[in-house]
Structures are given as C-alpha cells and as structure tokens.
Design a protein around this ligand. Structure first.
Ligand SMILES: [Zn+2]
Length: 286
C-alpha cells in the first residue's frame, strides 16, 4: 500500500514557517491499495488539500470512491470534512465510518448547520454520502481494516490496523498510556511494517503536560510522548515508526531534536527500529 501525509499536526493548524518542514495541517492520511482504492484516516484540515488533489482523477469526474475512517470526532479530526470538494460532486461516493462517538451522523450533520456552515445540511452535498458505525472489519479494495477501541481519560478513540496481503500499517492517534503501554494497542500494532503513532509531548514535558494555553490552561490528558510511541513500537515489534500528531507549539527544530534523542535511545538499546517524524507531503510504500 502507499501512504501520503496531508496533515500531521494535532489540535490546531500551525502555519508559521518554522513549523512547515514537518507540516501544519491537522490530521489526514491518504492510504491507497495496489489498485489505487482510497482510504483516508481522519478528516482534519489536510483533507481539504487531499480533496483538491483528487479532482485531477476520477473524483473530479464524479466517479470517485472514498472511505474515511475517523479516530474520533474532536474538531481537529473532522474540521476538514465540510471542505472536502469531492463530496460536492454528484456521482462520487463518500463513506465515513468511525468510533469514539455515538450517533456519528448527527455529529457530522451538526457541523454543517447554518451556525457553522453555509452548507446547512449533509443532504446538500452532491455526492452520495453515507455515515455509519464502525464494523469489526472494513474492506477497502484489497485492504482489510481492523481496529482497537481505546479509552483515554476524556473520550473513546479508535486505533486502526490496515493490512494488504502480508503488509500492514497501524494508525494510533490520540492515545495515552497512563499505566504502562495499553495492551490493546500493542496487540493491534504487533509486527506492523509501519506504525504511525502520535507524539504530542516531548519527554521533558511529560510531567507538566502543558496545555495550548501554557501553564494557565488545564493540563491535557489523552496523549503520548515520543518515548511512549517508541516504547510501543519496540514492544509490538513494529519495523518502522513515524511520529505524528505534533503539538502546535513544537516547531521543526524541536521535533527533529526529539527524533534524534529517540534514535540514540533505540541504538543504545541495540534494537532494530527505523524511526522518523511523519512529514506533510511525504509519500511512502509499505
Ligand atoms: Zn481529541
């Protein structure tokens, strides 16, 4: 399968130049199978830019299919959906599935209300849009998707595993590990060729957990550090790890430094793990 990152930032877009080496859009990952069938992980602002790119292919002619899987329904994971241009084009099919929320359709309908959007309603979208609960197993072309339900302190979240033949990719966004690594996530990521794991905090922040408002805001929970992401990859025997969902206060230099620290730690452990940060615009084969 082929992966492309359209948004790698957590919480809120980061648009200053010092953030753009890694990327500033909120989460969105494009996954393609060998026949080009399209799966999208999360619908942050990156989805807008993916949608624009799709217009050059079948989606621009009203014959495109898209399956969007949501990790959960916080704003930064759904705010790109009202701007996904292929959903406006008659003939296209858009399927949205997600856990982490009851009545997902009501939630997505709500963000189309006239209070928030001139679209007023999902029914005004030109494409065929279906929104449903997440089944145990989802098939998208040659890809088979399973998931783990994880519950952090604040809300339920879904982590995904995508397999195509012998190859596998795991997507773990907004998951904390408060009392050791979450075993359900370790199992989900077992032996994955690629693990995309959030790294919202650096290790030096792990005690204080600064909010977006610095020391004046409530201390956020439900997120991991770079080190926890690394530990999970090692425990699961994943082959490659990409850090994802970066804090909007973390600029390129800070992220690169954190990655270097983790590389040194893995080397000192004598472990085999390829690691880097996910970068917006980067494409890779799994
Ligand atoms: Zn969230």
């Amino acid at each position: 399968m082929r992966i492309r990152f359209w948004g790698v930032r957590g919480a809120v877009a980061a648009t200053e130049a010092r953030f753009l080496g890694v990327g500033g859009n909120t989460p969105c990952v494009e996954v393609r199978d060998r026949d080009d069938e399209l799966l999208v992980l999360d619908a942050g602002i990156g989805l807008y830019w993916l949608g624009k790119r799709l217009l050059t292919g079948p989606h621009g002619r009203g014959s495109g299919r898209t399956t969007i899987l949501l990790s959960h329904s916080h704003w930064d994971h759904i705010q790109g959906f009202p701007f996904f241009v292929p959903a406006f084009i008659p003939g296209n099919e858009v399927r949205v599935l997600g856990g982490g929320v009851e009545r997902l359709e009501d939630t997505l309908e709500g963000q189309m209300s006239p209070t928030y959007s001139p679209l007023v309603s999902l029914s005004n979208l030109g494409a065929s849009v279906t929104i449903g609960e997440l089944p145990e197993r989802v098939e998208v072309g040659a890809m088979v998707v399973t998931h783990a339900d994880t519950h952090n302190d604040q809300h339920p979240v879904v982590a995904y595993r995508i397999e195509e033949g012998e190859r596998s990719c795991c997507y773990v966004c907004e998951v904390d590990h408060p009392d050791g690594l979450r075993p359900e996530v370790v199992e989900l990521a077992r032996g994955a060729d690629l693990l995309i794991h959030e790294a919202f905090f650096t290790e030096d922040e792990s005690g204080e957990r600064p909010s977006l408002a610095g020391s004046r805001g409530p201390s956020p929970t439900g997120h991991s550090t770079f080190g926890q992401a690394t530990d999970l990859a090692l425990a699961a025997g994943a082959k490659r790890l990409l850090y994802f969902y970066h804090h909007p206060n973390h600029d390129d230099a800070r992220i690169e430094a954190a990655v270097e620290r983790e590389r040194a730690r893995v080397k000192a452990l004598g472990a085999e793990l390829e690691l880097d940060t996910a970068r917006e615009g980067a494409e890779l084969d799994v």
